[in-house]
Design a protein around this ligand. Structure first.
Ligand code: IFM
Length: 764
């Protein structure tokens, strides 16, 4: 294949419409939500999908570039550390006969931007640009490499249709001082530092221009600026390419410039086609391992592709010092902070399709354990209380107040009261260990997290006169109700956390006694304390009414005003805005899955008909004021067999970003909701659950779905699973690894490599 043919292939998006997201034209009102949706990322770099052409005074590419872990306190405006944007390395200005090409809508006859989900690239095609003396067609591509996360690539190809004028292309970096202070700016590299957090960032770049296949050297170059001038003529093919190499260093007084230059040289050595090929094959591997195929529902298929694209874009298995913020690297809502979203809504995807990424995310929690210990100690408790909002150090980052839309100042209590985060982290640690059998992780990090979070709950719960332990003054997942006592979600998760901590203590003592001696010695953990933990777990109230099987969401919840939410069906604003904060707090209106989230995470805590009873009680009272909520409800509905209701929740979740239904996508995509789509599908519709000796499937596909196919990894094995609803058969193939148990609706079968298994799901 010639170089030009390779370029043409690279610049052509995947043809299958199920693999792409496209938008035509330019609508300033929708632009910022499009930028979030069309963002590209590799877990280290994230670039918003701003247009390659804008209506502004110049041909600009105002694309925000985020670097994972690059937190700083910016200015005096707000003191909350947040992600600071790096320089925009994609800027290009085009001048024809000395005049900048303005690109008014009338000058661009078509403009289509396409996010190629399969190849992880943002493209634009078919732009026909007309200037007074010039007509040309342009195609662009940008990517951040999934194969070498430091590398970004930009390609612009232009074909001149008409005109013979002097043209100039200027390439530069813009916004270089947006949040960072430069240490040095050379022609090919810039090095910056954050103002307060002692981090450094280097960006090295080398653009090049080819005209009709021949390299055209820059006419001028300065500090990270280049320009090329020539006389164009009809039929000319102009190809602009630019690499960037980005390196972050967290070590004060270092200069990562050299490393960035080295990385750039390696990329230049590979060339754009080599970089693209490595990136494409890294994406192919991710899609092989994590793709989910739905036959019979194009809307769900599209939602899953979009979700899995962003999930694969968000993680970086090579960096244990960062985690995934609530908007991943696609926008700056919540300042890039990390919430329970990661452990509860994202980890299941990574654990089962990309264990190395899951491990790195959990190691971030291990590295931030000292801050969690400090938070607990500062509030008078023992063990580890993780930050509700966490950045790079793990210290609590939740702002103390925010401005409501009506300009009222609202105090935020989540940073001190939303403590279930510690149990959520412990939950994810246990799930990871259980699913992967990664004992090395348990010994290095997981056990300590489990023990320290278990210790936190054992000191947090207080024995009271009724002979029971209580946890007072918290906020559960339902953030409409603050300073509540005995939140069922918090208490049951806390009890579960303490019991798993006891289990891990027992496992260590039995299987790795030397480790236990060292760790228990370092943590000063003795038998008397473990006994106290057991007592707390055994006497902690949970709000369960044995007569009805209902968990009361928190003490006194059932006495609150019961509001019929069906009467507010057409509302366009959240229920706490409709009712006002005070009335909402005095009502049973729930912001998001709370007892239902408990049912999603620990279904075994709901015996017999209790699962359905709790779901039936809480589902109608939930107003879905958080993007996390519908997917969790869908997961539970699917497990309970109501697959049509679950499908409605899937569609509602998908619309959050694809249709911007919450008018909140401007600040980034809702990565937890996207993780929820995968959970709903694999853990809900396919009904996948982990056993001690393998995996169980209990499928409940929606009526129109002919089949559902996906892969998961379990303890070093790779399985391909297919639920064929039409044939009422679940098929499984063990593609790699030792024999294991694969059970369908609790009936175990032995699965061996090479011999696929077909199990009937027909109900008698
Ligand atoms: O973690 C969530 C929380 O549950 C509800 N508000 C938004 C946070 C970030 O997604």
């Amino acid at each position: 294949m010639t170089e030009q043919e390779t370029m043409a292939q690279i610049l052509t998006p995947t043809a299958d419409p199920a693999w792409v997201l496209s938008v035509d034209g330019y609508d300033p009102l929708r632009e910022s939500s499009i930028e979030s949706r069309f963002a590209i990322s590799n877990g280290f770099l994230g670039i918003r999908g701003a247009r390659a052409a804008s209506r502004g005074a110049r041909w600009v590419v105002p694309a925000r570039t985020y670097v994972a872990g690059l937190f700083d306190v910016s200015g005096t405006e707000h003191q909350t550390p947040g992600l600071v944007p790096a320089a925009d390395w994609l800027r290009v200005r085009f001048l024809a006969a000395g005049e900048p090409l303005l690109l008014h809508p009338g000058d661009v006859s078509s403009h289509r931007m396409t996010l190629d989900l399969r190849r992880g690239a943002l493209l634009s095609q078919g732009s026909r640009i007309k200037a007074p003396d010039l007509g040309l067609r342009a195609q662009t591509l940008r990517l951040v490499s999934l194969s070498d996360r430091a590398i970004g690539l930009q390609l612009i190809q232009m074909e001149v249709d008409s005109g013979a004028v002097d043209v100039t292309i200027e390439a530069s970096f813009e916004g270089m001082e947006l949040g960072l202070i430069h240490d040095r700016l050379d022609q090919d590299v810039g090095v910056w530092h954050t103002t307060q957090t002692g981090k450094h960032l280097a960006m090295a770049s080398e653009p090049a221009l080819q005209i009709d296949g021949r390299v055209h050297p820059p006419s001028a170059r300065g500090k990270l600026t280049w320009s090329w001038s020539w006389k164009c003529r009809p039929g000319q093919v102009v190809c602009f390419q630019r690499f960037v190499a980005v390196v972050r260093s967290d070590i004060p007084d270092t200069d990562p410039g050299l490393e960035a230059r080295d990385k750039l040289q390696s990329a230049l050595h590979l060339g754009w086609s080599g970089v693209f090929a490595a990136h494409e094959s890294a994406w192919a591997k991710r899609w092989h391992d994590s793709g989910v195929e739905v036959d019979g529902d194009a809307v769900a298929q599209r939602a899953l592709r979009f979700a899995i694209y962003h999930l694969n874009s968000a993680a970086n298995p090579s960096d244990e010092s960062v985690s995934i913020g609530a908007r991943a690297l696609t926008g700056d809502d919540y300042h890039g902070h990390v919430f329970w979203d990661t452990e509860v809504f994202l980890l299941p995807f990574y654990v089962l399709t990309w264990p190395a990424a899951a491990r790195a995310l959990l190691m971030y929690r291990f590295h931030t354990l000292p801050a969690a210990r400090a938070k607990a100690a500062g509030m008078g408790w023992r063990g580890a209380l993780y930050a509700w909002e966490s950045a790079d150090t793990g210290a609590e980052m939740t702002p103390l107040e925010v401005l409501a839309p009506d300009r009222q100042v609202i105090r935020i209590l989540c940073g001190s009261q939303e403590q279930h985060i510690s149990a959520d982290v412990a939950y994810a640690v246990w799930q990871y260990w259980h699913a992967t059998g990664d004992d090395g992780f348990l010994l290095e990090a997981g056990a300590e997290i489990l023990l320290e979070t278990g210790r936190f709950w054992s000191s947090r719960a207080k024995l009271e006169a009724d002979g029971c332990c209580h946890i007072r003054g918290v906020i559960g997942p339902d953030e409409y109700h603050e300073t509540i006592d005995d939140n069922a979600y918090t208490n049951v998760m806390a009890r579960w956390n303490i019991r798993r901590a006891l289990d891990v203590a027992a496992a260590l003592r039995e299987r790795w006694p030397a480790c236990w001696t060292t760790l228990s010695g370092r943590l000063r953990l003795d038998e008397a304390e473990l006994k106290q933990w057991r007592n707390v777990a055994d006497t902690l109230v949970t709000g369960l009414d044995p007569a009805t099987g209902l968990f009361e969401q928190f003490a006194g919840y059932f006495d609150l005003e019961d509001i019929d939410l069906t009467k507010y069906a057409g509302r366009t604003v959240p229920m706490d805005v409709v009712l006002g904060r005070e009335r909402t707090q005095q009502s049973q209106v729930v912001k998001q899955a709370d007892v239902v989230a408990l049912l999603g995470l620990l279904p075994e805590q709901f015996k017999g008909k209790a699962a359905a009873a709790n779901f039936r009680y809480y589902e109608p009272r939930c107003s879905h004021g958080s993007s996390l909520s519908p997917a969790m409800h869908g997961l539970v509905a699917a497990r309970l067999g109501d697959s049509e209701m679950a499908l409605r929740f899937l569609r509602k979740t998908a619309d959050i970003d694809l249709a911007d239904t919450q008018v909140a996508t401007d600040g980034g995509i809702h990565i937890a909701a996207l993780g929820g789509i995968w959970m709903l599908t694999v853990l809900g519709f396919a009904g996948l659950s982990l056993r001690d000796d393998g995996i169980d499937i209990d499928p409940h596909l929606p009526g129109d779905w002919h089949s559902l196919t996906f892969r998961v990894q379990w303890r070093g094995r790779c399985l391909k699973l297919r639920d064929d609803q039409d044939k009422q058969i679940v098929g499984s193939v063990l593609e790699a690894g030792e024999p294991m148990v694969f059970s369908v609706r609790s009936k175990p079968h032995e699965l061996r490599q090479g011999t696929g298994l077909q199990v009937s799901t027909a109900r008698l």
